[in-house]
Structure formats: C-alpha cells, structure tokens
Design a protein around this ligand. Structure first.
Ligand code: AMP
Length: 225
C-alpha cells in the first residue's frame, strides 16, 4: 500500500506525473480539481457553487474540499494505495488530512514562473472527455479537435493571465506553507519539472525508491474526470 501527495505550481505537471505513477502502480488517482471540473460540466449544485471561484483562480472553501476528499477516500477502492493531486492546498486541509492518513511521501514539483506561464497559456482541454493538450508540446492531430473523442478543445476558464496570477498568489500564500507541516512527519521530495515528462517520472521514481517507468518510448495522455 502506497500513499502519495503530489503538489506544485499550476502547470508543473501534477496530473501527468500522477497518472504515470498511478497507472503503473495500480494506485487510485484523486484530483480535487478534476472532481470540481466534472461538477461544473454536469451543472451540479456543487458545480454552481465552485464555478466562479475556480474561474477566478481562487481556492474553494476548505469545508467543501474536505468533504469531497473524505467521501472519495471513504470509497476504499484504493487497495494498492492512492496518489492525491492538488490537495491539501491550505493549512486546515493539511491538518484535516494528516489526522486520518499517514502519507509515504510528498512529491513537490518545481517549475520557474516564466515556464509556468508559457505552459499554462498553451493548455487546452476537451469539452467532451476532459483530456488535456498543450499546443506547444502536445498538440492534437487535428486543430481544435480531441484525438480521443473528437470533442472541441477550449481554454480552461482559469488558464487566463488574470486567473493564473491569482492561482500563483494562492499557491505561494496558502499552499507552499503546507510543505512545512508535512516535513514534520513525511519525506518531501522536490523535483525539477523542466525536463520532458518521462525524465521527470524517472526522477520521481528514483527519489522514491520505486522501479523504473516501464514505457520510456511512449508519451502519456490522460482522460480527466
Ligand atoms: P487544479 O486542477 O488542481 O489546478 O484545480 C483547479 C481549481 O480547483 C483550483 O484553482 C481551485 O479553484 C480548485 N481546487 C482544486 N483543489 C483544491 C483544493 N485542494 N483546495 C481548494 N481549491 C481547490
């Protein structure tokens, strides 16, 4: 049983790296951002509550985030463990989480700010299946159309200059300090995510003492919730 948290600035590759690790190690991947985006797409009550907050790049209130995470983990479908991406993002969330779960390691993805802007502003997401693309590094085969389902590709509502500035501020003010709370009882491994995604994955595995990534040839694409 392995339990990991993956954290980092927007665009640092949390979801990509979590997917690569989860797929191979049979971990359940939990992304609070994906769960919220699903609610927004399905027009649920939760979706209506979080839509504007997300689009502005602000953090959703801790109580709602904690109940989403609690319910998800209580499904206990994670027989081999889990990797949770984009949580905890505040001191309260971290304390709530650490009361109930012992984490094996926190993976802290690092990326300089100019590269964050370059990556995030080139990101596109499929309106049909949620798969994401980068127009610079991972463009779709046909312009504006998802390779998997043919859905239309759009910019995420929070991938604008203004929302990104807010997300980065939220990250530095509220999320980065969470690492100090973890460091008291959990190993935290800092990883430079400027190299390509497979090199980054290999580095994560080396630092966690895990077997090498099996598919060095293929790049990873993922379906988001
Ligand atoms: P992400 O896909 O992880 O970048 O998350 C997208 C947005 O969802 C964030 O900018 C927040 O508005 C919201 N969100 C995701 N995870 C959390 C969290 N742990 N705490 C508060 N808000 C969150």
């Amino acid at each position: 049983m392995r339990k990991y948290v993956i954290t980092g600035v927007p665009g640092s590759g949390k979801s990509t790296q979590a997917t690569m690790l989860a797929r191979d190690l049979d971990l359940v991947q939990i992304s609070v951002g994906d769960i919220f985006r699903w609610h927004v797409r399905q027009h649920t009550k939760i979706g209506a509550h979080v839509r504007r907050t997300m689009a502005a790049g602000k953090l959703v209130d801790d109580d709602l985030v904690e109940s989403i995470v609690r319910e998800r983990l209580q499904l206990h479908d994670w027989n081999y463990g889990f990797i949770i991406d984009g949580f905890p993002r505040s001191r309260d969330q971290a304390e709530f989480f650490l009361e109930s779960y012992d984490i094996d390691a926190v993976i802290d993805l690092r990326l300089p700010e100019e590269e964050v802007r370059r990556r995030v502003l080139a990101r596109r997401i499929c309106t049909g299946c949620g798969r994401d693309y980068n127009l610079v590094t991972e463009p779709p085969a046909t312009e504006n159309s998802c390779d998997a389902c043919g859905g239309e590709l759009v910019t995420r509502a929070d991938d604008t200059e203004a929302a990104l500035t807010t997300r980065l501020r939220e990250y530095h003010e509220k999320t980065a300090p969470v690492l100090e709370i973890f460091r008291r009882k959990t190993p935290v491994v800092a990883i430079d995510t400027r190299p390509d995604e497979i090199t980054v994955q290999q580095e994560i595995r080396a630092r966690l003492g895990l077997p090498d990534y099996p598919d060095r040839a293929g790049s990873v694409r993922r379906n988001r919730a």
